[in-house]
Design a protein around this ligand. Structure first.
Ligand code: GRF
Length: 209
């Protein structure tokens, strides 16, 4: 008798965001349209006013404001419990302005992704976020910029790079114009990279148990 083959497991996603959440929205939309074969579960934000939380609510997934103010004594444990309750496979940092706690990083080693709005290893590190990144790129006279998806370690923007997308700077490029172009690039790169993970084209050691 032939054995029925199991369909591949749909990976469950958690998101950490501190702000608008346009990258989160790109992923939610891609999952809703089946362009991306993953299952969004929960959004966690350190910022109660983050629009990312509203995006999570509108998508019907768990949406939590957890911070050192809401949970002064047990923030990391509360976050970890939430991830475990949702049986999260993969964490995506989409504009999260805090570091994840050591225990969370340990439990999810090799399963935490971040999107950065430049071509790492240049223009990354502590304090390099938002418009500051694009200001630095323009000030350096770079000919290209882009977006990077990388695995997260205990430092800022230093983990192994999974994928990058490049664009040339136009003459007269401003940090603001570059930011808009890179953000659109980020949305595509993030969804494409996640779909490569979903299909097995990109293998993450951390997902092999
Ligand atoms: C993006 O530029 C991302 O690269 C960085 O934070 C920003 C978040 O933007 N890590 P949004 O909230 O997804 O619009």
């Amino acid at each position: 008798m032939s054995q029925m083959s199991q369909p591949p497991k749909q990976l469950k996603l958690a998101f950490f965001a501190s702000g608008n959440g346009s990258n989160l929205q790109a992923i939610l939309d891609a999952c809703a349209s089946s362009e991306l074969d993953m299952s969004p579960q929960v959004v966690i934000s350190n910022n109660s006013k983050a629009y990312a939380l509203t995006r999570g609510q509108l998508a019907g997934i768990g949406s939590h404001h957890f911070s050192s103010k809401t949970h002064p004594h047990n923030l990391d444990q509360t976050i970890l419990n939430t991830l475990l309750e949702h049986s999260v496979d993969l964490i995506v940092l989409v504009g999260y302005m805090k570091k994840l706690g050591d225990e969370i990083l340990e439990r999810f080693r090799g399963r935490v992704l971040n999107i950065h709005p430049a071509l790492l290893p240049e223009f990354g590190g502590h304090g390099m976020y938002g418009l500051k990144v694009h200001q630095a790129v323009v000030a350096a006279g770079a000919t290209h910029s882009g977006a990077t998806v990388h695995l997260v370690d205990s430092e800022y923007d230093t983990g192994p790079i999974l994928s990058q997308a490049r664009i040339p700077l136009s003459s007269g490029e401003t940090p603001e114009s570059l930011a808009a172009k890179v953000l659109a690039l980020e949305h595509r790169l993030l969804v494409e990279t996640l779909q490569k993970i979903a299909s097995g084209e990109l293998e993450l050691e951390g997902l092999k148990t």
